[in-house]
Design a binder for this molecule. Structure first.
Ligand code: CP3
Length: 338
């Protein structure tokens, strides 16, 4: 399979690609499917999740499907209510050691069985030569949502707990890791061919704090999840100052955002590494010639690594005209031809 071959640095006929947040609001058929369903209910309905995950696969020659769910599903299963409007809001945030001690470690099949049902349904519907990605939020990123109660600019609540009570903060990271590791293993058992850990907010940390908090928590999950033949991708948003540290996560593939040159990342981690990324999602707004040109130069940069999975450097925006994705997929497969 082209996607798995790239993840393990084996020869490929062309560069494989998938697109972070490839299912979702930029697709009119997703907006139709979502009508009348609130987002959390949608995530708990395997038939809807399956349909949403398949929508981009029908339109585009992508090399991998991704489970349709959200990183905050596991947070709700830990006992922290989550609302989407569409930005996430957690009305009862986790702020104290006592709040942390009250969290549950969910059983993946009993408490999130709907996710595994969706994985199995999507796997059955996606062609055998395409991968299916499972995913979870990395411990640090999920901790920031739980503590802040939503998104944030400065993450002062999260950082203040981290600095004032590092023991409690580490306890929280450990409980999240104890939730996420068996959850990802259950996704693999249900049919996921690879898994991605999203560390969307780890780039807000100084390198020293990334090394002290986010990295060991992510690595603990990666060590527990690794299975023969099932690559783990670690995506760190804002990775530029953290590249060497993130490479110590022991992930098979390092996912890279768009604020750094892919060739610099490869020079820093070495040509034995496998990388994923990293087109600025805004290029999908056009013009098509610039999109093709930038995609081709990232594909060319990626050839210096042992393996390269093309992706955006962050999620696709809801303003993206769907036809531009066709332009991108063709450009990558054409530029990557061996
Ligand atoms: O194809 C796919 O990738 C879809 C599956 C998916 C969703 N969320 C669906 C979703 C995945 C992999 C995610 C991951 C996710 N969720 C991340 C990590 C990736 C990243 O962007 O850094 C984060 C930080 C979240 C948290 C989250 N969920 C936010 C900030 C939002 C609000 C706005 C937005 O779309 O970014 C969500 C809601 C959400 N998750 C939507 C979708 C399709 C939109 C909900 C809707 O339909 O109204």
């Amino acid at each position: 399979m082209r996607f798995l071959d790239a993840c393990y640095g084996r020869p490929v006929d062309t560069t494989p690609l998938w697109i972070m947040r490839q299912a979702g609001r930029y697709l009119p058929e997703y907006r139709d499917l979502r009508k009348g369903n609130d987002f959390m209910t949608f995530c708990k309905t395997p038939a809807l999740c399956t349909e949403a995950a398949l929508q981009p696969m029908r339109r585009y020659d992508l090399d991998a499907a991704i489970l349709f769910s959200d990183i905050l599903v596991a947070v709700e299963a830990m006992g922290v209510p989550v609302e989407f409007n569409p930005e996430p809001r957690l009305p009862r945030p986790v702020r104290t050691a006592a709040d942390i001690a009250a969290l549950r470690i969910p059983d993946p099949l009993k408490d999130m069985g709907f996710v595994m049902e969706a994985v199995a349904k999507i796997r059955a519907a996606v062609p055998a030569d395409k991968a299916l990605l499972g995913f979870a939020g990395a411990p640090f990123t999920l901790a920031t949502y739980m503590i802040e109660g939503g998104g944030s600019r400065e993450f002062l609540h999260a950082k203040s707990l981290m600095f004032n009570d590092p023991t409690a903060f580490r306890d929280l990271l450990e409980r999240i890791a104890d939730t996420i590791a068996p959850y990802l293993i259950a996704q693999i058992d249900a049919g996921a061919s690879a898994v991605q850990l999203f560390d969307t907010w780890a780039g807000l940390l100084s390198p020293a704090d990334f090394e002290a908090f986010a990295l060991p928590a992510a690595r603990a999950v990666i060590r527990r999840v690794r299975r023969e033949g099932v690559p783990v991708i670690y995506f760190v948003n804002g990775i530029a100052p953290l590249v060497e540290l993130a490479a110590a996560s022991e992930a098979d593939v390092l996912g890279v955002d768009f604020r750094v040159r892919l060739s610099d990342v490869i020079a820093r981690v070495g040509s034995d590494a496998v990388v994923q990324g990293n087109l600025d999602p805004s290029l999908l707004l056009g013009p098509a010639d610039l999109l093709r040109e930038r995609a081709a130069s990232i594909v060319a940069e990626g050839r210096a690594a042992k393996g390269h999975v093309f992706n955006l450097g962050h999620g696709i925006t809801k303003e993206t005209p769907p036809d531009n994705v066709t332009v991108l997929v063709d450009a990558v497969h054409q530029a990557g031809r061996r």
